[in-house]
Design a protein around this ligand. Structure first.
Ligand code: 9WN
Length: 447
C-alpha cells in the first residue's frame, strides 16, 4: 500500500486523472462528493469541486453551483447535503425529515443543517477562471456571478441572523457535521454532553461498508450522538431559532467563523464590482469585522491559537487542532501575533513535524497525545484544508507560503488516488478514493 501510494505521477498525468475522477463522479446533474461513500452533493464540497471543474468546463462548474443554490432554503440556509436518488448513504432525507421544515424548497430533498460558507470564494475563483477563458465562457460566468450574488448574500444574512447567539462574535454550529470536521477532538467535550434522552430510532451505518478499514471512520458512539442531534432538530421542524435554543450541542466555531469573515469580504468586493446596493455592501463589511473580531478574541494568550467556544458549557475549548490557525484565514491579527502563528504553522509542531510526507497541516498536531494518524479528523492531512490555507496566504500577501502549500499539496497527492484524507507519515490514501474535492484542488494547483 505504502509503495503504491508513494508513486509520483508526472503533472500532466495527475491532471488527466483528476479530470477523469471529476467526470466519473458526474451523474449528469450532480458531481457527487465521492463515488461510493458520498453519492450526493455536499455544500462545501460542491464549492471546491466547482473550482476544479471550472478548469475543465466553466459552464459545468456554473451549473453545479446553480444546483446547490436551487436547494437553498427559503430562509437563506444552504443545506449541507442535496440528495440525489441514490439510497446508499445514511442518513438519507427520510431520517432528517426535512419535509416537515417550513423553509425547505419543494422540488429537492436536503439535510437540515449547513456547512462552512466557502461559496463566495468559489464564485470569485470561477469568475476569474471564466474571464481568463474569454469568449462565451466569460459572458456565462459573469451572468452567473450576477445571479448568484443575492443568494450568497441571503446565505450570509441567514448565518448572521441565526448563528451568532452570544456576544463572542463567533458563528455557532449545532452539529459537528456543520463544521465539516465531524469527529475532530474540537467537539469531544461538547459531544460528551449530548445524551440521547429517548431511545434512538434504529439505524444501520452504511459508511462502514464503503471503506477498507472501519477504524478510519467515526465510532458508533459518535454516530449515536450525531443521530440524536437530528432527532432534536426534527422535533422543532428545523425552525432555526428554536434549533439554536434547544440543541444540546451549540459551539462557536472559529474555523467556520474565519471562513465566514473572509467570505463576507470577498462577497463585498464582488458586490462592489457588480454595483450592488451600498447598504448590503456595508452590512457585509460589518459582518466580516464582527466575525473576525470574534476569531481574534478567541485566541488563547498562552498558545496563540484560536479556540472554539462551548456555548452550552460557557467554556473555551482548547483541543490542539488545525482550526487553531483560523486567524490566518481571516487575517487582521497584530503583526507580531500573526508572525508567531505563521511560525507555529510552519514549525516542528505542525507542517514541519519531523517525518511528514508533505508539509500540509495535519488535522491534529502529531505532537498531541490524541493524534491518530489514520483516524478521519483526528490526525490525517486533508488536501482541501491545505488548499484553504494556501488561498488565504495568497490573499494576504504571503506568496511564498502560498506556493509552499501548493507544492506540498501536490507532493501529498502525487500518487493520483485522490484520497479523502492521508496518513501523514506514509502518504497512504485513506477514507474514500476518487474523492471529488481532492481531485478539484489538485486541478486548481496544477492549472
Ligand atoms: C457528513 C463529504 C463530507 C465532507 C465533510 C466530511 C464528511 C460526512 C460524513 O464528508 O462528512 O457530512 O458522512 O462523514 O467530514 O467535511 O463535506 O465529503
Amino acid at each position: 500500500e505504502t509503495e503504491v501510494s508513494r508513486r509520483c505521477l508526472p503533472a500532466s498525468t495527475l491532471a488527466a486523472r483528476a479530470a477523469y475522477v471529476l467526470r466519473g463522479n458526474d451523474t449528469g446533474t450532480v458531481i457527487t462528493a465521492a463515488p461510493k461513500l458520498y453519492p450526493h452533493m455536499w455544500s462545501w464540497d460542491a464549492a471546491f469541486i466547482a473550482i476544479g471543474v471550472a478548469h475543465l468546463d466553466v459552464r459545468r462548474a456554473v451549473s453545479e453551483l446553480d444546483t446547490l443554490l436551487a436547494a437553498q432554503w427559503h430562509n437563506g440556509m444552504l443545506p449541507h447535503i442535496v440528495y440525489t436518488e441514490d439510497t446508499d448513504y445514511f442518513p438519507g432525507p427520510d431520517r432528517w425529515g426535512t419535509h416537515l421544515a417550513e423553509h425547505m424548497p419543494e422540488h429537492v430533498r436536503t439535510s437540515g443543517i449547513c456547512q462552512p460558507p466557502v461559496h463566495a470564494i468559489s464564485v470569485r475563483r470561477i469568475l476569474d477562471i471564466g474571464r481568463r477563458a474569454g469568449g462565451s465562457d466569460r459572458a456565462a460566468v459573469e451572468e452567473f456571478a450576477r445571479r448568484a450574488w443575492p443568494s450568497l448574500y441571503a446565505w450570509h444574512r441567514w448565518l448572521m441572523r441565526f448563528r451568532t447567539p452570544d456576544e463572542t462574535g463567533l458563528l455557532a454550529v449545532v452539529h459537528g457535521w456543520e463544521s465539516g470536521m465531524d469527529n475532530s477532538p474540537r467537539w469531544d467535550e461538547p459531544y460528551a454532553a449530548v445524551r440521547p434522552a429517548a431511545e434512538l430510532p434504529p439505524y444501520a451505518r452504511l459508511d462502514l461498508g464503503m471503506v477498507r478499514d472501519t477504524a478510519e471512520r467515526p465510532t458508533d458512539t459518535e454516530y449515536d450522538r450525531y443521530l440524536w442531534l437530528i432527532e432534536e432538530m426534527r422535533g422543532v421542524r428545523y425552525a432555526p431559532d428554536e434549533v439554536v435554543r434547544e440543541s444540546s450541542f451549540l459551539v462557536g466555531d472559529v474555523f467556520l467563523s474565519a471562513i465566514f469573515a473572509v467570505s463576507c469580504q470577498v462577497l463585498e468586493e464582488l458586490g462592489t464590482e457588480l454595483g450592488r446596493p451600498e447598504r448590503e455592501l456595508r452590512e457585509l463589511a460589518g459582518w466580516a469585522a464582527a466575525a473576525r473580531a470574534g476569531v481574534l478574541a478567541s485566541v488563547d494568550p498562552a498558545t496563540g491559537m484560536a479556540r472554539d467556544r462551548d456555548i452550552r458549557a460557557n467554556a473555551w475549548l482548547s483541543a490542539r487542532t488545525v482550526a487553531g490557525f483560523a486567524p490566518l484565514l481571516c487575517g487582521g491579527a497584530p503583526a507580531d501575533r500573526e508572525q508567531a502563528l505563521l511560525d507555529e504553522f510552519t514549525g516542528p509542531g505542525w507542517c514541519g513535524y519531523p517525518g511528514l510526507i508533505a508539509g500540509i497541516p495535519p488535522s491534529v498536531s502529531p505532537a498531541d497525545p490524541g493524534f491518530l494518524p489514520r483516524q478521519y479528523w483526528r490526525g490525517p492531512q486533508w488536501p482541501v484544508i491545505g488548499w484553504m490555507f494556501g488561498w488565504a496566504f495568497a490573499r494576504h500577501g504571503y506568496s511564498e507560503l502560498a506556493e509552499t502549500m501548493r507544492a506540498e499539496g501536490l507532493r501529498l497527492t502525487a500518487a493520483g488516488e485522490f484520497g479523502e484524507y492521508y496518513e501523514p507519515f506514509t502518504g497512504a490514501a485513506l477514507g474514500s478514493t476518487g474523492q471529488s474535492w481532492t481531485a478539484a484542488v489538485v486541478l486548481d494547483w496544477l492549472c
